[in-house]
Write a protein that binds this ligand. Structure first.
Ligand code: FUL
Ligand code: CA
Length: 487
């Protein structure tokens, strides 16, 4: 009897140890950021009087009557985005020109003064509703720089800006992003003053209190985007890519001569790569316009689907997100060329990643945490992000062999960490069995939410090996896949 109890106690003890998940490593994503990672590709719509002026930055003096799209159709834009595989839409509710696309109480310079829907329109609402109807997340971009507002540069404007955010946060449902750019101050109309106004972007906007008191309270699901965070950082360029080695963590560096890190600190050196073991989880967003400019210009063409696919690999495939700028033309819809390019890009991604060629393979790992099937290596092939293969604490560089009954040919490798436990892996390699020996196909560094590798030539084989070559702690890998580029 005593023996039996002892055995039971031992067994229970062993079992509870075996079920302890790996200890989280370093800075961790908040739930809103985990949801953001899943979005992967989304869009950013620029459509204001600036479109009708054929400019990139409106001065703030355009007559509201100019804003008169003949055939605005939010659903046309949203459906084109959806066909492109975009899972969210950020709408520029107010750009630098200061024209508010919703009937705001904060400024006269708004959509109610335009002929759009006879002055009764609310474009933010139309886009939000269309996004919701078709299952896309919704976010807003309200430019802090306002070239129309007479009060810009004074403390009063800060209150106006905060009231604008408050309206946007209160009337359009839950937001997945609140987007802020770093362009700050300069010349503008400013209520007729037509002068240059400069502000100290490290202090003027008091971002700390705006974000803590407004964004977090009214929109807890909104990821705050700016040059340096708080939730999502700028990639450091508008080309649509981050460094090949890119960490989701960052230790924001203060602007030169300042002791705080704030938005407006453009070209921060670490933005494209992040900081290994950085203080905060602040992954990168790669924002890039579909055409050359953020606003529509008839003489520009959209990027080709092939170029978009390449950017997808260099953004989403490096643990970041791709934010594609969409520019409706003066009719208020996306040009047919843009629609076609988005559609081919969307098809390319969905066809390529439709089947994981190793999904049905057998997997044999050198180690599984506590011999517990919860952490089995099978979890990396089940296409469920919530299940993962974990190893014992002292197995920091494990291997897993993938065995198939038939040879396959592929040219894309996909690897995902279970990021709720942090970004752990620093190096990995993939090998193919060549009958007598292993041959290395690829060697990489950071993984994080997702790492995609496009091989220069397709590889054929039946037995493969994933090796984690460097990690400070045991690993937690949620997915592993081989794909064939559908192009
Ligand atoms: C920048 C702005 O200056 C551009 O006009 C555009 O809105 C881009 C997305 O962000 O900071
Ligand atoms: Ca899984």
């Amino acid at each position: 009897m005593i023996k039996k109890i002892a055995a039971l106690v031992l067994f229970a003890g062993f079992n509870s140890f075996a079920q302890t998940p790996p200890k989280p490593y370093g800075a961790l994503p908040a739930p809103r950021q985990v949801a953001w990672h899943e979005t992967e590709v989304y869009g950013l719509i620029h459509f204001t009087p600036t479109t009708f002026e054929n400019k990139e930055w409106g001065f703030g003096d355009a007559d509201p009557k100019l804003f008169n799209p003949t055939d605005f159709n939010a659903e046309q834009i949203i459906l084109a985005a959806k066909a492109g595989g975009l899972r969210g839409i950020i709408f520029v509710a107010k750009h630098h020109d200061g024209f508010a696309l919703w009937p705001t109480k904060t400024t006269e310079y708004n959509i109610s003064k335009s002929p759009f829907r006879d002055g009764k329109g609310d474009m933010v609402k139309e886009v939000a509703d269309a996004a919701k109807k078709h299952g896309l997340k919704f976010g807003v971009y309200c430019s802090p720089w306002d070239r129309n507002n007479a009060k810009y540069g004074t403390p009063e404007y800060l209150q106006i800006y905060r009231d604008q955010l408050k309206e946007l946060y209160s009337n359009y449902g839950p937001l997945f992003m609140s987007w802020h750019d770093g362009a700050n101050g300069g010349d503008g109309y400013y209520g007729g003053a037509k002068e240059k106004r400069s502000i100290d972007n490290t202090t003027y906007y008091q971002w700390d209190s705006t974000w803590t008191n407004l964004t977090r309270k009214l929109q807890p699901t909104a990821n705050i985007f700016s040059d340096i965070g708080w939730d999502v950082r700028w990639a450091g360029n508008e080309d649509g890519s981050v460094d090949e080695t890119s960490w989701a963590t960052l230790t924001p560096v203060p602007s030169k001569g300042k002791n705080v890190a704030v938005p407006g600190q453009a070209n921060a050196e670490e933005n494209p790569g992040g900081t290994r073991n950085g203080k905060f989880w602040i992954p990168a967003e790669c924002d890039v316009p579909l055409r050359k400019g953020w606003f529509y210009h008839a003489d520009q063409k959209p990027k080709t689907p092939e170029k978009l696919f390449d950017l997808y690999l260099k953004s989403v495939g490096r643990g970041a997100a791709l934010d594609l700028g969409l520019a409706p033309d003066m009719s208020g819809q996306l040009h047919a060329d843009d629609v076609a390019s988005l559609k081919s890009f969307g098809d390319h991604v969905s066809k390529t990643f439709a089947t994981n060629l190793i999904a049905k393979a057998g997997s044999k790992a050198v180690n599984v945490r506590g011999y517990n099937s919860i952490y089995s290596a099978k979890n990396i092939l089940d296409s469920k992000p919530e299940t993962y293969w974990a190893t014992d604490d002292d197995f920091t560089t494990p291997e897993v062999v993938i065995d198939l009954s038939q040879p396959i040919t592929f040219d894309i490798i996909s690897l995902q960490e279970y990021i709720k436990l942090g970004q752990r892996i620093e190096g990995f390699a993939v090998d193919v069995w060549e009958g007598a020996d292993w041959k290395e196909i690829h060697k990489g560094t950071s993984v994080g939410a997702k790492r995609l590798v496009k091989l220069s030539v397709p590889v054929t084989g039946q037995k493969f090996r994933l090796r984690i070559t460097k990690s400070p702690v045991s690993v937690a890998i949620s997915e592993f896949g081989f794909y064939k580029d559908s192009e």
